[in-house]
Design a protein around this ligand. Structure first.
Ligand SMILES: [Zn+2]
Ligand SMILES: [Zn+2]
Ligand SMILES: [Zn+2]
Length: 151
């Protein structure tokens, strides 16, 4: 935002875009004082500011979510209960039968992790599985890893 400037003419030069514009193109900051940036420049600045702010905020919330997920994974043993996968990007919390309703309510992701944390990481109905095993379990009722052992 520019400095205040007392208008003396019918137009003034925007200190940002260096264009000469009629006074109505400038915002009135105080009675008798106009912004030294034109409305267009101010709007652009505002939008840029908002974008940057949003980016920062998103980055912050992502790292925060990431930390929470790491905590969840560590608490639930750090690896897939079925195949032993340890790469956190693959890991997810699986609900055993009684917990299914509850899981549906939260779906996957941060809300669910927050919920787990709030309830002191209940172990009874939850276990750590990788995406593969979790998906297979949902699809076939049992992970092929387990079926293979039985054959
Ligand atoms: Zn301007
Ligand atoms: Zn697995
Ligand atoms: Zn498996």
């Amino acid at each position: 935002m520019g400095k205040l400037r007392k208008p003396s003419r019918k137009s003034q030069t925007c200190t940002k875009c260096k264009k000469r514009k009629v006074l109505s193109s400038f915002r009135i900051l105080n009675p008798g004082y106009l912004d030294s940036w034109c409305k267009k420049c101010f709007k652009e600045y505002q939008e840029q500011y908002r974008k940057n702010y949003y980016k920062k905020w998103r980055k912050y919330s992502q790292t925060r979510d990431q930390k929470l997920k790491q905590e969840v994974i560590k608490t639930y043993g750090g690896k897939c209960k079925c195949c032993g996968e340890t790469i956190s990007e693959f890991l997810t919390i699986d609900c055993k039968k009684n917990g299914v309703e509850l899981h549906k309510k939260f779906r996957y992701g941060t809300n669910f992790y927050r919920w787990l944390k709030k309830h002191n990481y209940p172990k009874r109905n939850f276990q750590l599985l990788c995406m593969n095993c979790n998906f297979a379990k949902g699809m076939y009722g049992k992970c092929p890893h387990k079926m293979a052992f039985k054959q």
